[in-house]
Design a binder for this molecule. Structure first.
Ligand code: PLP
Length: 398
């Protein structure tokens, strides 16, 4: 028999599977609210002008294509650290952060997970309930047992903070806690600054290890504002990890640009930790690709391109917020009695709408509108042309 004769078909990725069904749908009015990608008002993935300018310069320079260092481009890593922790960060000044260029946020989580598995072989990992589906898979594949802590409250459509806090308080010391820095995926429900303070106090008191995932910096309230939780962790004196990504904020999805940063207690620890993380990288993929990181580094190093990027990122953020406001108004205008005002309080690309499986199915079957079966929709897939149609469909299925 073939070596693979008994191999079972793995289940389809729920969200990428949705896109396959969407692509096969022949209705011209179809809308894909399933994916986690920002589309502009024309329904296109933007190529940012700042990126285009940096790419043009790079193309003209025609640099040779040698290997990068194991930890990636040094200029990129330094500039990422400043974006995360602030240009005047005391931690950076003291050499307490090890940063490597990673293959997107996913790659950063994977390298961090593999490293933590060696550092803390008996620890358990806790993710929010619910969380980005891949969190569980990444940590399980690294060998961890993964469980969840309470997070979302279906009644308020916000965070059940009392439950979250008591959940964290009950975790064994040394547990790894995965936290979303902003724009929680899939719910859109974020913690307030006061709640972050309490979470940090709990993590310190319980001896937990925070692994912060920041995939959407700049999509909630602003570049600096969205890094507030990181600043608060930085001020706490704790050691923690951060997986960050430029997939969304630079619209560079396929270039796989992200970073893993580890905050240590001293410059000397940083050097030792970095040496171990480089071993993980070396044994996985040796070193990261060049293009995406070089583009991000070039944009952030140029005052002019950086300003351009900030404006473009603000436009993306404001367009999503405008779609949130507009969707709520349009549902009200259609006489929907459910209060959807929570959509304007949620942040980032997503909303947990509260639509039930049967309603999501009807939206797909009758209208060709694709949402995740959990009721998650991507606000960044709405635009001035399809929002009325989507509002009609939601009003019809409620
Ligand atoms: N973390 C969260 C919460 C995400 O939503 C995503 C992307 O959807 C990622 C990480 C990974 O992003 P990347 O495409 O950079 O790997």
């Amino acid at each position: 028999a073939s070596l693979f004769a008994a191999v079972e078909m793995a289940p389809r990725d729920p969200i990428l599977g949705l896109t396959e069904s969407f692509n096969a749908d022949t209705r011209s009015t179809k809308v894909n609210l399933g994916v986690g990608v920002y589309f502009d008002d024309n329904g296109k993935i933007p190529l940012l002008a700042a990126v285009k300018a940096a790419e043009k310069t790079r193309l003209e320079a025609m640099p040779p294509r040698g290997y990068q260092p194991i930890d990636g481009l040094a200029a990129y890593n330094q500039i990422v650290q400043k974006l995360l922790f602030g240009a005047d960060s005391a931690l950076l000044e003291a050499g307490q952060v090890a940063t490597i260029e990673a293959l997107g946020g996913t790659g950063a989580l994977k390298v961090g997970a593999d490293y933590l598995r060696r550092l803390l072989p008996t620890a358990k990992v806790f993710i929010s309930d619910p969380s980005w589906e891949n969190h569980r898979a990444i940590f399980e594949y690294a060998g961890f047992e993964v469980d969840s802590y309470p997070y979302y409250d279906a009644v308020s459509r916000g965070v059940d903070f009392a439950a979250m806090k008591s959940g964290l308080n009950a975790l064994p010391a040394g547990s790894i806690v995965v936290l979303h820095a902003c724009c929680h995926n899939p719910t859109g429900a974020d913690l307030s600054h006061a709640q972050w303070r309490e979470v940090i106090e709990t993590i310190a008191a319980r001896g937990l290890v925070a692994f912060i995932d920041m995939a959407y910096q700049g999509f909630a309230d602003g570049i600096r504002e969205d890094a507030q939780a990181l600043q608060m962790f930085a001020a706490s004196g704790l050691q923690f990890l951060v997986a960050s990504s430029f997939s969304k904020s630079f619209s560079l999805y396929g270039e796989r640009v992200g970073a893993l940063s580890v905050v240590t207690a001293s410059r000397d620890e940083t050097a030792r930790v970095l040496s171990q993380i480089k071993r993980v990288v070396r044994a996985n993929y040796s070193n990261p690709p060049t293009h995406g990181g070089a583009i991000v580094a070039a944009v952030l190093a140029s005052a002019e391109l950086r300003q351009m990027w900030k404006v473009e990122l603000a436009e993306m953020r404001q367009r999503i917020l405008a779609m949130r406001v507009s969707l709520v108004e349009k549902l009200q205008g259609r006489g929907v009695s459910t209060d959807f005002s929570f959509v304007t309080r949620q942040r980032g690309m997503f909303s947990y709408t509260g639509l039930e499986v049967a309603q999501v199915d009807r939206m797909r079957d009758e209208f060709g509108i694709y949402a995740v079966s959990t009721g998650r929709i991507c606000l960044a897939a709405l635009n001035t042309r399809n929002i009325d149609y989507v509002a009609d469909a939601i009003a019809a299925v409620l």
